[in-house]
Every structure is written in structure tokens, then in C-alpha cells.
Design a protein around this ligand. Structure first.
Ligand code: NAP
Length: 330
């Protein structure tokens, strides 16, 4: 099968398309023929090793000191089950699915355990859209619901509202009944309004931490809304949700949270199976939709990585494994 392989950390050019062995499912695994995947901020970080402050050594230890142990990036996918192991009960050959995985989705095939984070693809999404359903959505669910305990009528500010996590967070916050202020560049104002944001702050013209407004929740998807910068923009029991946090910020988070009615919360999504199910149901109800910026073919993966590296993508960048480039029109 064809796969995008990276043998060393670095610029987009470290990724090359090579022929590798097609995986064979074990008894409790399914073989998914991948139709689409995404290149997201996790792929960018793990390829370039541009990680939040303080994590450089830890990430190298976890991912490979001299080069990546897992040589195929790709954390989410959509495709069709082509083969199942003899003990598999949850899925059958021909099922159209989407999934979240640690690595391996920038390839034509991926095996996953049947109880991994896999769900049936909603009928009203293309494979390209479904491939972009899990990363931003499960991150936004963790921060808004599990950690932030967002409630109807609460005021939420989303800093970095136009990336994959931001566009998911706007839609989920609206679903949970919150009032959303989106911070983005002027170029993305229409996009965030179309997804449900009531107010938009252009970060190139206004500093949200200095305009006197306060919020029940501030979600930081950029990494520039530290506690010291934004604490006065939080209500008395406000929560600062640090989606991007350096090691020091993480340590400080626990300390600040103990001493104040205000809290700082951070983390990473763990078991995503339930999230995928929840997101698929919202899609079917017409309450949620992944936003796709651009679609590249697998052969164009270096260009796709370069675009993600720009830091300017809106929602998700998709790569398609199908021979014809566009199976959907955007
Ligand atoms: N904790 C976790 O488990 C977890 C999970 C997922 C992601 N993350 C982290 O969360 C961050 C966001 O992820 P993502 O996937 O949403 O990233 P992304 O899609 O790459 O974000 C790109 C967006 O960021 C916007 N942006 C850039 N600088 C900005 C600024 N100063 N103010 C406001 N918006 C700005 C850009 O809009 P403009 O072009 O308009 O500036 C662009 O639309 C990443 O750092 C990622 O590593 C953490």
C-alpha cells in the first residue's frame, strides 16, 4: 500500500510517499480502507517537534529520541471496512466508518481494534468531511463539557476560533446553549459568525483582555492567553481552558485553581469512542458539521503539510486517498 512516511523530524519535505506492507487484521481487529484523513495540528507538532514550551525532551522521549518510532502520521480517518478478524462483532465488511487513532492514517489502510475509537459514518457526510469529525470535536468536547462543565446561558470566549478546535468549539458551545464571542482575524469573521458566534473580536485590532468584558469561560486555542494576561477577563467563578499550555502553565494551573474561585483547566482527550458517537449523532441531527478548508491528494502531502505549517488553516485540511482528487465539492 502507499503511505506517507517520515523518518526524521523536520520541515514538510521530510514526508515521502512510499510503498509499505499492507497490514493484516488480528482476530479482534478490523482492516479499514482509508478514503480520507486530515493533517492537523498534532501531525504538524509531531512532524516538526514544535511543541509547547517545556515539552521538547518529553516528546522526543515518548516519540523517538533520534527520529520518530511511528513513521506514519495521521490521527483521524474515514473509510470502509474491508476485512474483519474472526472475533469481531461490532462491525462488518462494507461498513462506512470514521475513526480517531494515534498515528497511521496517512496511508491506504489501517488496522484498528474493534473497540478502538471507531463509529459508523453519518450518511449525510462525505468521507472527506467525516475524516475531519473527531480531532477538533473531541478536543472541544473535553474542554467545554468534561473540564469546563459549560452551562446554558454562560458566556464563552474562544481565542483562536477559526482552527480545527475553534470551529468545533463554536458549534458545540451553541449546542450546549452558551453565548459565544470568537476571537479571530478579520478575514475569518464571516466564517465564525456563520457557525454561530454572536460576537467577533478581530485580534489584529482589539485585545480582548483589555476591553473590560468578562466571561464565564475563556478557551485558549492559540497559546497566548496565559492566566496572568486574562484573569481579569474571567467572572468570579470563571474557568480558563488552556487547550495549548506549556509545562510551566500546566503546573501553575493546579496552583491557581486551588487558590481562587476562578480556575485554570487543561488536559488531552483520552477515550474518544463515546465522543465519536456523540458527534455523529449531532451531525445526523444537523447540529454539527466539520469545516473543511482544502482537500489535497496523498501525493500532494508535502504541500498540505506546508499549508498546515502556515498556522492559517480554517477548520481542517483533508487528504484523500482516492485516485480522483475531489469526491466532494467545497
Ligand atoms: N490539549 C489538547 O489535547 C489539544 C488537542 C488539539 C489541539 N491542541 C492544540 O490546540 C491548538 C489549536 O489547534 P487547532 O487544530 O485548532 O489549530 P489550527 O487549526 O492549526 O489553528 C489555525 C487557526 O489559528 C488561528 N490563529 C493563529 N494565530 C492566532 C491568534 N493570535 N489569535 C487568534 N487566532 C489565531 C488562525 O487564524 P488566522 O489565520 O485568522 O490567524 C487559524 O485559523 C494547537 O496548538 C494544538 O497543538 C491541543
Amino acid at each position: 500500500m502507499r503511505a506517507a512516511i517520515y523518518k526524521k523530524y523536520g520541515a514538510p519535505e521530510v514526508v515521502q510517499i512510499l510503498e509499505v506492507k499492507k497490514p493484516i487484521p488480528k482476530n479482534n481487529e478490523v482492516l479499514i480502507k482509508i478514503y480520507a484523513s486530515t493533517i492537523n495540528s498534532a501531525d504538524w507538532r509531531l512532524r516538526s517537534l514544535e511543541v509547547p514550551k517545556g515539552y521538547g525532551v518529553l516528546v522526543r522521549l515518548a516519540m523517538g529520541i533520534f527520529g520518530p518510532r511511528n513513521k506514519i502520521l495521521g490521527m483521524e480517518l474515514a473509510g470502509v471496512i474491508e476485512e474483519i478478524g474472526k472475533d469481531v462483532r461490532k462491525f462488518k465488511v462494507g461498513d462506512e466508518v470514521f475513526a480517531s487513532c494515534m498515528f497511521g492514517a496517512h496511508a491506504q489502510y489501517r488496522v484498528l481494534k474493534e473497540d478502538a475509537a471507531i463509529a459508523l459514518k453519518p450518511d449525510n457526510l462525505s468521507f472527506e468531511e467525516a475524516s475531519a469529525l473527531s480531532f477538533g470535536g473531541s478536543t472541544a468536547l473535553l474542554f467545554l463539557k468534561t473540564l469546563g462543565d459549560i452551562k446554558i446561558g454562560e458566556k464563552l470566549l474562544i481565542n483562536g476560533a477559526s482552527g480545527a478546535v475553534g470551529v468545533a468549539a463554536i458549534q458545540l458551545a451553541k449546542y450546549f446553549g452558551a453565548e459565544v464571542t470568537a476571537v479571530c482575524s478579520g478575514a475569518n469573521a464571516e466564517l465564525v459568525k456563520s457557525l454561530g458566534a454572536e460576537k467577533v473580536i478581530d485580534y489584529q485590532k482589539e485585545d480582548f483582555s483589555k476591553n473590560g468584558q468578562t466571561y464565564d469561560l475563556i478557551m485558549d486555542n492559540v497559546g497566548n492567553a496565559s492566566w496572568s494576561r486574562v484573569k481579569n477577563s474571567l467572572n468570579e467563578t470563571g474557568r480558563l481552558l488552556l487547550v495549548v499550555a506549556g509545562l510551566l502553565e500546566m503546573i501553575k494551573a493546579a496552583f491557581v485553581s486551588n487558590k481562587n474561585g476562578k480556575r485554570v483547566l487543561t488536559g488531552t482527550p483520552k477515550d474518544k469512542s463515546k465522543d465519536l458517537q456523540f458527534l455523529a449523532e449531532l451531525v445526523e441531527k444537523g447540529k454539527y458539521k466539520p469545516h473543511i478548508d482544502n482537500i489535497y491528494s496523498l501525493e500532494e502531502i508535502v504541500a498540505a503539510h506546508s499549508y498546515v505549517d502556515s498556522g492559517r488553516k480554517r477548520g481542517s485540511v483533508v487528504i484523500t486517498m482516492l485516485p480522483s482528487k475531489l469526491t466532494m465539492t467545497i
